[in-house]
Ligand binder design. Sequence first.
Ligand SMILES: Nc1nc2c(ncn2[C@@H]2O[C@H](COP(=O)(O)OP(=O)(O)OP(=O)(O)O)[C@@H](O)[C@H]2O)c(=O)[nH]1
Ligand SMILES: [Mg+2]
Length: 317
Amino acid sequence: MSVRTQSSEQSPEATHRAGFACFVGRPNAGKSTLTNALVGQKVAITANQPQTTRHTVRGIVHRPDAQLILVDTPGLHKPRTLLGQRLNDVVRTTWAEVDVIGFCLPANEKLGPGDRFIAKELASIKKTPKIAIVTKTDLVDSKTLAEQLIAIDQLGKELGFEWAEIVPVSAVGDKQVDLLADLLVPLLPEGPALYPEGDLTDEPEQVMIAELIREAALEGVRDELPHSIAVVVEEMLPREDRPADKPLLDIHAFVYIERPSQKGIIIGPKGKRLKEVGIKSRRQIEALLGTPVFLDLHVKVAKDWQRDPRQLRKLGF
Ligand SMILES: Nc1nc2c(ncn2[C@@H]2O[C@H](COP(=O)(O)OP(=O)(O)OP(=O)(O)O)[C@@H](O)[C@H]2O)c(=O)[nH]1
Ligand SMILES: [Mg+2]
């Protein structure tokens, strides 16, 4: 017989906190990777290129003392397209609404005009505590990290505010990720959980699937092409005439690009590249849904969709 002795530690008065923390920063700063590390599962796609995230993604961290809802945002940048403007708007709306703001700055890049620009805007949001998060610490030595921490502290002082914390983390190296959660939680308001136990995100399945396909399609493409890719899941239907113990889900998705000349690169010689994208994303989709999937990908041109309000609307922006 086992005796539980811990229940008395959770006194009825123990405060439970629940609230929202957003991660903001320049594109490629490591916001989505950090979100996934905290949640313990992939809820947001990541890529080694700027402007991967295109909508806010909520990741939920469940703890006995708190529910921490992370809001991963698109990287804030100088917009060159209507899409870019929309994404920046999304970030500004988000940071105005959350309980705490986490400003992500990569350890391996000196503070630049982009960081200063964001910090200046953050300075004007007086009511919300701001934590500076130095990401990718596994990529630098301790001297470089120390210099970065000092520079960030200085940046706050120059702009007339104090960071609530300055925390170095490595999402890839799993360094101080739990500590970051420990520092965010006390900044949340008291209150009951806002999401059911076990929910890790509120992303609709169809959106997550489209994102997994886009992540696979982003791998290895360069220059302007990553920005030109958009993915929409058109249809998801259980295959008919399958026995109950052998289900198959048919997923039909469109991979959009902006110009006919980009088609060849995405599809690859004899369709090899698109096939690889299909195989790679299908594995992840099957893991996500826990059911075998037949994935049907089609490449379509949506001319200059990043600059076209009508097409942006159709693509969900
Ligand atoms: N070495 C190392 N690389 C990291 C770490 N965190 C993120 N990265 C890499 O940095 C790149 C960008 O990461 P993302 O998480 O997609 O960056 P993001 O800030 O979400 O980017 P956007 O969505 O474009 O704004 C990816 O190649 C990640 O693998 C880290 O802790 N260490
Ligand atoms: Mg991202």
